[in-house]
Design a protein around this ligand. Structure first.
Ligand SMILES: NC(=O)c1ccc[n+]([C@@H]2O[C@H](COP(=O)([O-])OP(=O)(O)OC[C@H]3O[C@@H](n4cnc5c(N)ncnc54)[C@H](OP(=O)(O)O)[C@@H]3O)[C@@H](O)[C@H]2O)c1
Length: 332
């Protein structure tokens, strides 16, 4: 098999020939047709992630056909078209992952390869309305958006919501999911073009977070959102405390712009805000996310598709985030 492998931090991934994998007793081998990138893959190549031990095959998202099943894996899965839940060993507590939780694609070899070995319990049938590339784009970002919006955010139909940095893969899913359940969604972005694309997907409107006074414009147009979904943190986080409605929730699943410079606790306690962290999702979140996607026939937004051999080009693009939605790799 071939695998795009990280051999050294801050060096391009190398497409290497590796031994054919065989499944452990409760595992399967999936012959991959497509994989997708997440910012995590980029952070890992830059050494900005805990526990990096090269050589490792990156990639958390993948879709393909089950090629081999282990002796104790459900024979049902043989030859099925599947997607993979990349959250491994979540554990039994829905409120937080166990200490054994890991994500496919570090430390365990991931999906930037022609084949991947996973536990059969990580498999789900590929949603029938999605093509291979769309199916591969869904898992990690989809489950993260679902948990942030619903399991942690408690989003209700008709509620007003703000999603920051809408070009992001997770953010784009959050927009699609929230629109599907009838929320009123506003967005921020560094790019007017991305705001326009978000409006095409059902957002009410958007504001450029790099422009002075964007939060005042938002308050004028949208009022105070009762739910905010953020993955940027950084200096802009403080303005989210001002924008949020009294009693509002701010759900954070990332810190792309680093830690907030300041958190005004007076605003937090006086407005009775809930600041809530969120990471990926439980197996139940994953199943619920798939149900939502299937019910509303949601199709992931794909910015560009590269062949596996050009995975480094996709990773390089992530440095400056020109994308709206996901980068996908096709695998033959
Ligand atoms: N906790 C988890 O389980 C989990 C899961 C997935 C991702 N994450 C984290 O969440 C973040 C986003 O991940 P992703 O895969 O969706 O990334 P991505 O597709 O690479 O998106 C990055 C986006 O972040 C936005 N952004 C950058 N700086 C910003 C700022 N100062 N203010 C507002 N938005 C800003 C940009 O939006 P515009 O282009 O619109 O300006 C950019 O397109 C990353 O930090 C990632 O590590 C965490």
């Amino acid at each position: 098999m071939k695998a795009l492998t990280l051999k050294q931090i801050k060096s391009p991934l190398e497409l290497l020939e590796r031994d054919e994998p065989s499944p452990g007793s409760a595992e399967v081998v999936v012959k991959l047709t497509a994989a997708a990138l997440n910012r995590r893959d980029y952070w890992i190549t830059q050494g900005m992630y805990p526990g990096i031990k090269p050589p490792v095959v990156l990639g958390s998202d993948g879709a393909g056909v089950v090629d081999q099943t282990g002796v104790n894996a459900e024979p049902f899965w043989q030859d099925r078209e599947v997607i993979i839940n990349p959250g491994l060993n979540w554990g039994h507590d829905k409120s937080v992952q166990s200490n054994d939780f890991t994500i496919l694609g570090l430390p365990r070899d991931g999906t930037f390869a022609t084949k991947v070995v996973v536990a059969a319990s990580q498999l789900h049938e590929k949603p029938a309305h999605l093509n291979w590339q769309e199916a591969a784009a869904l898992p990690l970002a989809g489950v993260t958006a679902y948990r942030a919006l619903f399991s942690q955010g408690g989003l209700q139909s008709g509620e007003t919501l703000l999603i920051t940095g809408i070009g992001g893969g997770v953010a784009t899913f959050a927009l699609q999911f929230a629109v599907a359940v009838g929320a009123t969604v506003w967005v921020t972005s560094s790019s007017p073009e991305k705001i326009r694309r978000a409006i095409d997907l059902g957002a009410k409107g958007g504001f450029n977070y790099r422009e002075e006074g964007w939060s005042k414009q938002l308050l004028k147009a949208a009022g105070t959102p009762s739910l905010i979904i953020d993955s940027a943190g950084g200096a802009g986080y403080e303005s989210l405390l001002s924008i949020a409605a009294p009693g509002g929730r701010i759900i954070n699943y990332g810190a792309t712009a680093g830690p907030p410079e300041k958190i005004d606790l007076f605003k937090v306690f006086w407005k009775q805000l809930r600041l809530q962290g969120s990471t990926m999702g439980s197996p139940d979140d994953f199943a619920q996310m798939l149900k939502l996607v299937e019910t509303h026939k949601i199709r992931p937004v794909i910015e560009h598709v590269f062949p596996l051999s050009e995975g480094n080009e996709a990773l390089q693009l992530m440095k400056s985030s020109p994308q709206f939605g996901k980068y996908v790799l096709t695998i033959d």
